[in-house]
Structure formats: structure tokens, C-alpha cells
Design a protein around this ligand. Structure first.
Ligand SMILES: Cc1cc2nc3c(=O)[nH]c(=O)nc-3n(C[C@H](O)[C@H](O)[C@H](O)COP(=O)(O)OP(=O)(O)OC[C@H]3O[C@@H](n4cnc5c(N)ncnc54)[C@H](O)[C@@H]3O)c2cc1C
Length: 236
């Protein structure tokens, strides 16, 4: 697939839009991931090819897919994406893969719990439900280090403005004390979750982020009675 646009989203994150180069479309479900093969990176002065997994950050049925890639420090491939990759470059992309997916037969309202680049598949799910006008309520609870790190902030605020069934709740964990951020600060705890989404019953939870974030949030859900089959997770 070929990159047709690159958008700088935050200081360390870009959104890469890939269009299909053949008539063959990937038939994927919202939330799944792809493998990008033979990414040419340089390590210790030596060129090498690596493969990496990336969640599809857009909804199915379009003539493109978006990947949201955040630079890790250190991060061999993510640094290459964010600092070197250019429009019109082509990549071998295979997929879809994974069981982290939302389909129309999932029952109940949807809670998307993400941190950092973990927003990628959640964005795809939120877009899918919104575009299809499905009769389910979607709550996005999105944690970041600082307010500058919030990926697709204006997109989610627009989604909330234009869709009565969608709500977004941001929280930041390491915001400088003297910043003008007026939103919530601190990790996701039960009080914040309850304030954001109300009752935990009759909802299905999609959790995506680092191992630390995922474990913490899943433990919290389980402690408050959410059963395992209501929780779907993707850990990066
Ligand atoms: C299913 C799935 C979906 C994913 N989707 C996305 C996505 O949508 N967006 C996204 O940005 N990422 C996503 N990832 C993560 C992605 O695949 C890569 O793992 C990520 O880009 C980091 O790769 P890298 O080559 O930059 O890091 P690497 O260089 O391979 O390093 C891997 C990790 O180890 C750490 N590390 C490396 N060297 C050191 C060291 N010396 N000391 C301490 N720590 C070190 C790095 O900081 C990094 O966290 C996904 C992963 C999976 C499994």
C-alpha cells in the first residue's frame, strides 16, 4: 500500500494514510491490526528489515486505512516512521489479524479505554459505530501523560458534538502543575470511571495500551464485578 498523506498529530505521533495499490481490498473488522513487513531501518550503522504490528486506526469499508504511530524512546522502527517516512512510500502490509474487534453483533453499550498510542484501534471502533449510526452508546475514556499528547483530541470533540451517542473523557497523568489544562488529572480510578460512564453493567469494555495500563484497568474492572468475557484487550 502507498502512503497518500501524513499528518503530524502530536509532537511524537503521526497518522499515516495508506491507499490500496491494487483492486484488492482488505476485509477487516474495526479494531483489528496489520503487519507491516520489511521496514528498512538502521541499527548500529547496519541496514536491516523488520516487521511490526500496527492497529488499523480507521473504520472498514473505505479506500484507505490509517495507522497512528507514536515514537518510542528508544524505538527503532517507530523513530523511523515518525522522522523519516515520506508520502508516496510503499509498504507491504498484510492482514487483518487479531481478535480485538467490534462487530454489529456485540451486545450492549461500548466503553473504549485507551492510553497513548492505544487509541489507534479505539479510533477505528469509534468511527465505525458513529459512521454506521449504530444504536449503541460509546464512551471513550482516554488517558495520556500530558494534554499535548492527546492524539486526535479535536476529532473526538467533534464526534461528541455531532453524535449524541458518543462521549469522550480525557485524563492526564503528568501534566505540568502550572499548565492551563482544566480537564481531569490523574490515572483512571473507579470514581473517574463511574463519573464518566455511569454503571458498569450491560457494557462491553475495549482496553488498549501498554501492559501497565492494561493490567491496571482490567484489575479495576474485575474488582468492580465486570466479568472476563465483557473485557477485550490489546496490549502493545
Ligand atoms: C497488535 C499490536 C498492535 C500495535 N499497534 C500499534 C499502533 O497502532 N501504534 C503504535 O505506535 N504502536 C503499535 N504497536 C507497537 C508496535 O508494533 C511497535 O512495537 C512499536 O512501534 C515499537 O517498535 P520499535 O521498533 O520502535 O521499538 P523497539 O526498538 O523494537 O523497542 C521495543 C520497546 O523496547 C523499548 N526499548 C528498546 N531498547 C531499549 C533499551 N535499551 N532500554 C530500555 N527500553 C528499550 C522501546 O522503548 C520500546 O518500548 C502495536 C503492537 C502490537 C503487538
Amino acid at each position: 500500500m502507498k502512503i497518500t498523506s501524513i499528518k503530524s498529530e502530536t509532537d511524537d505521533t503521526k497518522i499515516f494514510r495508506f491507499k490500496y495499490t491494487t483492486d484488492e481490498r482488505m476485509d477487516f473488522k474495526a479494531g483489528q491490526f496489520v503487519m507491516v513487513h520489511d521496514i528498512q531501518v538502521e541499527k548500529d550503522g547496519e541496514k536491516k528489515k523488520v516487521n511490526r504490528a500496527y492497529s488499523i486506526a480507521s473504520s472498514p469499508g473505505k479506500d484507505f486505512i490509517d495507522l497512528v504511530i507514536k515514537e518510542e524512546h528508544p524505538g527503532l522502527t517507530s523513530s523511523y516512521w515518525v522522522n523519516k517516512v515520506k508520502k508516496d512510500q510503499e509498504f507491504e502490509i498484510k492482514g487483518p489479524y487479531g481478535k480485538f474487534m467490534y462487530t454489529e453483533d456485540v451486545k450492549g453499550d461500548v466503553v473504549l479505554l485507551g492510553a497513548g498510542s492505544g487509541i489507534a484501534p479505539l479510533r477505528g471502533i469509534a468511527q465505525f459505530i458513529t459512521e454506521k449510526k449504530l444504536p449503541v452508546k460509546v464512551f471513550l475514556v482516554f488517558s495520556n501523560k500530558t494534554s499535548r499528547d492527546i492524539i486526535c483530541k479535536s476529532e473526538f470533540l467533534d464526534m461528541e458534538e455531532n453524535n449524541d451517542n458518543f462521549e469522550v473523557h480525557f485524563t492526564v497523568t503528568r501534566e505540568p502543575e502550572d499548565s492551563d489544562w482544566e480537564g481531569r488529572r490523574g490515572r483512571i480510578d473507579y470514581e473517574f470511571l463511574e463519573d464518566s460512564i455511569g454503571f458498569l453493567e450491560n457494557k462491553v469494555f475495549y482496553v488498549c495500551g501498554s501492559k501497565e495500563f492494561g493490567t491496571g484497568v482490567i484489575d479495576l474492572l474485575k474488582e468492580h464485578g465486570v466479568s472476563e468475557e465483557k473485557i477485550k484487550k490489546e496490549i502493545y
